[in-house]
Design a protein around this ligand. Structure first.
Ligand SMILES: [Zn+2]
Length: 68
């Protein structure tokens, strides 16, 4: 199962993006929080929301958890 991370820096719209390990966009994140191992992005986003209520799945690596 993959490890997930949340970007500590919010996007312009206030979203904190949740990324799966290996995502290209994760390499551009300056500061990230380790969310641990998750079977799906749903539980990863749930974990991220404990720190950042406005967390959202990355459109590239966690498309099924991305909401607009
Ligand atoms: Zn991503």
């Amino acid at each position: 199962m993959p490890r997930y991370y949340v970007n500590r820096t919010a996007q312009q719209n206030g979203d904190h993006e949740v990324h799966k390990e290996g995502c290209y966009w994760l390499t551009l994140v300056v500061s990230k929080k380790d969310l641990g191992i998750h079977s799906s992005c749903e539980s990863a986003v749930r974990e991220a929301k404990k720190s950042y209520i406005q967390s959202n799945g990355c459109v590239h690596c966690s498309k099924e958890c991305h909401t607009t």
